[in-house]
Design a protein around this ligand. Structure first.
Ligand code: G3P
Ligand code: MG
Length: 242
């Protein structure tokens, strides 16, 4: 089973920062998951919330910051200087690093509240620029956005995110043209994983932090787990280097 580090290694490092992604890579995770919003001047910022308030020492919406002003914030302030100052990375920066590192990337489009203009095209452009298509998964709770991605490039790996039980999600995925399912782990059971696998649709639940739960999901046939603790999961299931 593959291990994808949620926001890098968010259980132990400041989420969605380079230091967190590097930690996930260091411990042997197969991939990293990250979240993308857009600044006022159209830069792709790697941060989870619409606002910077929870994870940085700033206040306000990402969409109201210029890229330059966003760079002045510290995304590790909650860790009380343990890791020094960590900037909010751009997607460009993470993709460039991931290419050299040889790690897979799950880009989550956070456009379910604000419909950032041309987000899908900008993300695709970066994937093409770094020739990372074979190692990138694009997921979103905004399924319209996934359909848009599919209409721009039907061969890219898109994954449907959902947090509540759905009726036959593997049928819905095929209808949408999505290639994978990224469900909240609470919604996953043996029957829906088996049915998805029969349709060649991999299931990668989030956020799986308990090894016993991960073991159960592996038995069901899940292809990957998305976890805040990649080190623990790699020890149990193996990683990129084992
Ligand atoms: O992509 C999996 C997971 O990250 C989805 O939820 O809120 O942690 O972005 P969230
Ligand atoms: Mg996410």
């Amino acid at each position: 089973m593959f291990v994808i580090g949620h926001r890098g290694a968010a259980g132990t490092f400041p989420e969605n920062t380079m230091i967190s992604f590097k930690e996930a890579a260091r411990v042997g995770a197969h991939g990293i998951e990250l979240d993308v919003h857009m600044t006022k001047d159209g830069e792709l910022a790697v941060i989870h919330d619409e606002k910077v308030d929870r994870t940085t020492n700033g206040k306000g919406y990402v969409k109201d910051f210029t890229y330059q002003d966003l760079q002045k914030l510290d995304a590790s302030y909650k860790f009380k200087k343990k890791y020094g100052v960590c900037k909010i990375p751009t997607l460009n920066e993470v993709m460039e690093w991931a290419l050299s590192e040889g790690i897979s990337v799950n880009i989550e489009l956070k456009n379910n509240i604000f419909d950032y203009p041309y987000l899908e095209m900008k993300v695709l452009d970066l994937i093409y620029l770094y020739k990372m298509k074979d190692r990138t998964m694009i997921s979103s709770f905004n399924h319209n956005s996934l359909a848009r991605i599919g209409s721009l490039d039907s061969t890219i790996e898109t994954a449907i995110l959902y947090s509540y039980p759905m009726y036959e999600p593997w049928v819905y995925a095929q209808h949408l043209g999505a290639k994978a399912l990224h469900p909240n782990q609470r919604t996953v059971n043996e029957v829906n994983v088996a049915a998805s696998k029969d349709c060649q649709i991999p299931v990668r639940p989030y956020t799986v932090n308990d090894v016993k739960v991960a073991e159960q999901l592996r038995k069901y046939g899940c292809e990957s787990v998305i976890t805040d603790y990649p080190e623990k999961m790699v020890k149990q299931f193996g990683g990129r280097f084992s």
